[in-house]
Design a protein around this ligand. Structure first.
Ligand SMILES: Nc1ncnc2c1ncn2[C@@H]1O[C@H](COP(=O)(O)OP(=O)(O)OP(=O)(O)O)[C@@H](O)[C@H]1O
Length: 235
C-alpha cells in the first residue's frame, strides 16, 4: 500500500468519491522568488469518510482547502465535487467551507447566520428554524442566537460558523482548524459533529494540528513540500 493509494483512497474504503483532486498546483508570486505552495496534490474523500490533513505551519493546508472549495483557483490540476468541476459559487449543499477566518456575516445574528444557507434554498421556514436550533444546541451556542458576531468570542463564532456550514447537510464539508480556539468543554461537541456528518454520509476534510481530530479520522494525509508526503490510517 503506497502513500498515493492512501491519499486517493484507492485501498477500498466504501463510498463514492465526493471530493476528488488531481495534480493541484498553486504558486504565489514573491519579490524574492515565487513560492510553489502546492506542487501536485492528489487526494480523494469518499462519502462517509473523515480525512484529516496535517502539516507544519506554512506547509499549504489552508491554500489547499481554499482551492478544493473553489474559494481560490489553482494554477493547474482539477477538483471535482460529487463528479462536477468545482466553481467559485458551488452551492453550500454541495460543498461548505469553514475557513480559519470564519466569514460570518457581521450584520446578521448568530441564528440568522446559521439559517442563511437554508434560506437561500426552498427549505420551509419551520424546518429552517428546527435545523438552526438543533445545531446551535449541539454546539452549545443556543443561548447566543440573538447576538451579532462581534458580540461573541472567537471560539463561539467558530462554533456558529461550523453550525452554518453543517446546516445544509453538505455533500462535502471542508474545515480549516475547526478546534483551534476551543477548550476541553466545547471541543468534544465539534469533534462529534464532524464525525457524525461523515457517519451520516458526508465527505469531511479537516486541516488540523489537533491530535484529537486526527484520532477520529478514517485517513490522515501529511502535506509537505507541496505534496501529500505521507498518508496513514489512524483508526
Ligand atoms: N495570498 C498569498 N500570497 C502569497 N503567499 C501566500 C498567500 N497565501 C499563503 N501564502 C504562503 O503560502 C504558504 C502556505 O500558507 P498556508 O496558509 O496555506 O499554510 P498552512 O499550512 O495553512 O499554515 P498554518 O498551519 O500556519 O495555518 C506560506 O508560506 C504562506 O506564506
Amino acid at each position: 500500500m503506497t502513500a498515493t493509494d492512501l491519499a486517493t483512497g484507492s485501498t477500498g474504503t466504501a463510498g463514492e468519491h465526493a471530493l476528488e483532486a488531481a495534480g493541484l498546483r498553486r504558486r504565489f508570486p514573491h519579490p524574492g522568488g515565487d513560492v510553489d505552495v502546492l506542487r501536485g496534490v492528489d487526494l480523494t474523500v469518499a462519502a462517509g469518510e473523515l480525512v484529516t490533513v496535517a502539516g507544519r505551519s506554512g506547509s499549504g493546508k489552508s491554500t489547499l482547502l481554499a482551492v478544493l472549495s473553489g474559494f481560490d483557483t489553482g494554477d493547474a490540476g482539477s477538483v471535482r465535487i460529487v463528479g462536477e468541476p468545482v466553481t467559485a459559487d458551488v452551492p453550500w449543499q454541495r460543498c461548505a467551507l469553514l475557513p480559519q477566518a470564519l466569514g460570518l456575516v457581521q450584520e446578521l445574528t448568530a441564528g440568522e447566520n446559521v439559517a442563511l444557507p437554508l434560506r437561500l434554498t426552498d427549505v420551509p421556514a419551520a424546518a429552517v428554524q428546527a435545523r438552526t436550533t438543533e445545531l446551535l444546541e449541539a454546539l452549545f451556542v443556543d443561548g447566543l442566537a440573538d447576538r451579532y458576531p462581534p458580540e461573541l468570542s472567537f471560539g463561539q463564532q467558530q462554533r456558529v460558523a461550523l453550525a452554518r456550514a453543517l446546516a445544509p447537510r453538505p455533500a462535502v464539508l471542508i474545515a480549516d482548524e475547526p478546534t483551534a480556539h476551543l477548550d476541553a468543554g466545547t471541543a468534544p461537541a465539534v469533534l462529534s459533529q464532524l464525525r457524525a456528518h461523515a457517519d451520516q454520509g458526508g465527505a469531511v476534510l479537516v486541516a488540523t494540528h489537533d491530535d484529537a481530530v486526527h484520532a477520529l479520522a478514517d485517513r490522515r494525509l501529511d502535506l509537505a513540500h507541496g505534496v501529500v508526503a505521507r498518508a496513514s490510517l489512524p483508526r
